[in-house]
Design a protein around this ligand. Structure first.
Ligand code: SF4
Length: 222
């Protein structure tokens, strides 16, 4: 599914809702709509359900083919967005793997519904993927960037994310976050609470030292 929402860790296809989406609020959903444009990711996090083959084949977030930009727009045009509080590029994979397409969809959304905030949930490694600074292309389109800090140092980060860039990835992710602060109103670093109080405190220090805001969120397998 391309557009979905989440309640209590369960994914719901937007096609299951009324066209005007007013039943989101009626049924206790948080009125947040997620855009799923790719399965791909430069990480292979130990906790990511993408890595479980059996899960992938049966999970409705797994895209058999990546939707084109026009197909994503067509999905949006099926609904009345009056009841939507936030639109989030998230999905099964890493949204910035399709950076240009994500920016194109985001710019279009901002042109048709400028009042709805847009967020990107990212691993923060797009500078390494594209071998160039990538934060500026979010300017004027994205309201919030949420970046997974994961760990308090480079070795732990690589151990958890098993990303393709090695130890340099940790500083690159932090540099990307600081770069985003120049172009995006809200930049939030996140860790999950299951890493333990000591590691959360160490992550908080990393963020404080770099002028970044940390949010500790409850763990939800994605
Ligand atoms: S960055 Fe996100 S999508 Fe990519 S492997 Fe990690 S948890 Fe999964």
């Amino acid at each position: 599914m391309i557009l979905y929402t989440v309640k209590n860790g369960v994914y719901y296809n937007l096609e299951d809702f009324r066209q005007d989406l007013s039943d989101l609020g009626e049924n206790g959903f948080p009125n947040k709509i997620y855009i799923n444009m790719t399965n791909r990711c430069s990480c292979a996090c130990t906790f990511c359900l993408r890595s479980l083959k059996e899960f992938n084949e049966h999970n409705s977030l797994w895209l058999r083919e990546e939707p084109t930009v026009d197909e994503v727009k067509a999905e949006f045009e099926k609904y009345d967005w009056s009841h939507v509080a936030e639109i989030i590029f998230c999905g099964f994979g890493e949204p910035t793997m399709r950076l240009d397409d994500m920016v194109e969809v985001g710019a279009w959304l901002k042109s048709v519904r400028p009042e709805i905030p847009i967020r990107v949930n990212t691993n923060g490694l797009s500078d390494l993927v594209f071998e160039k600074p990538t934060a500026q292309c979010l300017q004027g389109i994205v309201d919030t960037v949420s970046i997974s800090l994961n760990s308090s140092d480079a070795q732990k980060y690589v151990d958890v994310t098993r990303n393709q860039f090695g130890l340099k990835s940790y500083q690159a992710m932090i540099d990307y976050a600081k770069d985003c602060q120049k172009y995006v109103p809200n930049v939030v670093m996140t860790v999950v609470d299951i890493i333990g109080e000591e590691e959360v405190a160490a992550c908080r220090k990393v963020c404080d030292d770099n002028g970044l805001f940390l949010r500790v969120r409850p763990y939800e397998a994605n």
